[in-house]
Design a protein around this ligand. Structure first.
Ligand code: L34
Length: 285
């Protein structure tokens, strides 16, 4: 068996095409241009590249955006104050603070300062709570992109066993919750899990969000499983690779996502989707 490759870049383009339509309708009919403000602190090259991707994708779909670049020496107080100003700015619909932040800034303080109705990352505890209780809200972009990829191929989630490897607040935990909301049976595995293979080889759907290059080899995967690779590992030669050993797992899985051109472009697309939702007014949906 050779897996069907789910090309996130192509799917992202398709979805952005219909979003572009939706945005131009919003502009024409309601005079409303969705606006996203991204804050980036410091000069982490990977963060800069992702933020450029977000700007480019916003432009493509007619969403207006701006990026506030702050030096890594910025104080937490100053950053929180800037977020407050954006909360009060009626022209800003979505606010995103690119992570990771420098060590002297407490991420959790930043996240709770963003107005939940502008929290297009879906990281605010209020929005996480809404997601857990099954309400509509801003879903975290990477998990939302993963669910969208599975659905784009009509991969059955309901009743299936999904194994999530990784338990970060931005990927592992929320993707497990979204899979549960779709009626999957969910197992969370992580760095302290004993006998990892025993869990992953029982999975119909594997979500690999470990952060180590090519560690998920064929002996972790059941024949015919759908495998989603969330890893973005940069090798010494500058190339990107996922957590999954693509060339071998492709021979065993039914579906597989590549890196690059897999989950990454979908993360950005779901951010745009959330920004449109924010512009329309989350509570008015
Ligand atoms: N606040 N911080 C906040 N929100 C997020 O949603 C993110 N994330 C993660 C890191 N920090 C964040 C992103 O934007 C990861 N991430 C992200 C976004 C886009 C891509 C990868 C990660 C992406 O487009 N990847 C391309 C390759 C890009 C390259 O070559 O550098 C791909 O095809 O996978």
């Amino acid at each position: 068996m050779t897996a069907t490759i789910i090309n996130g870049k192509e799917l992202a383009h398709e979805i952005r095409g219909s979003m572009k339509e939706e945005v131009s309708q919003l502009i024409m009919n309601e005079g409303l241009t969705p606006h996203l403000t991204v804050i980036i602190v410091g000069d982490n090259p990977a963060s800069k590249s992702y933020v450029r991707g977000k700007q480019k994708a916003s432009d493509e779909t007619g969403i207006s955006s701006d990026v506030i670049e702050l030096p890594s020496s910025v104080t937490e107080e100053k950053l929180l104050q800037m977020i407050q100003e954006l909360n009060n700015d009626h022209e800003v619909h979505g606010i995103l603070v690119q992570l990771p932040l420098p060590d002297h800034i407490r991420e959790e303080n930043v996240i709770v300062t963003i107005d939940p109705d502008k929290d297009v990352d879906g990281f605010h505890p209020i929005n996480i709570g809404r997601m857990m209780t099954g309400e509509d809200t801003f879903f975290p972009c990477t998990p939302y992109g993963i669910i969208t990829m599975l659905k784009s191929k009509d991969i059955q989630i309901e009743g299936k066993h999904a194994v999530v490897i990784g338990r970060s607040n931005i990927v592992g935990k929320p993707v497990g919750q979204l899979l549960l909301n779709e009626n999957a049976t969910v197992t969370y595995c992580h760095s302290r899990t004993e006998n990892l293979k025993e869990h992953t080889t029982r999975a119909d759907i594997v979500i690999a969000a470990i952060g180590k290059p090519n560690v998920i080899t064929t002996d972790y995967v059941k024949q015919g499983a759908a495998v989603i690779d969330v890893g973005i590992n940069r090798l010494e030669d500058g190339s990107l690779t996922g957590d999954v050993d693509f060339d071998t797992v492709k021979q065993k899985a039914s579906y597989l996502t590549p890196v690059p051109k897999g989950v990454g472009p979908m993360t950005i697309t779901m951010l745009l989707k959330n920004t449109i939702k924010a512009a329309k007014g989350l509570s008015k949906q």
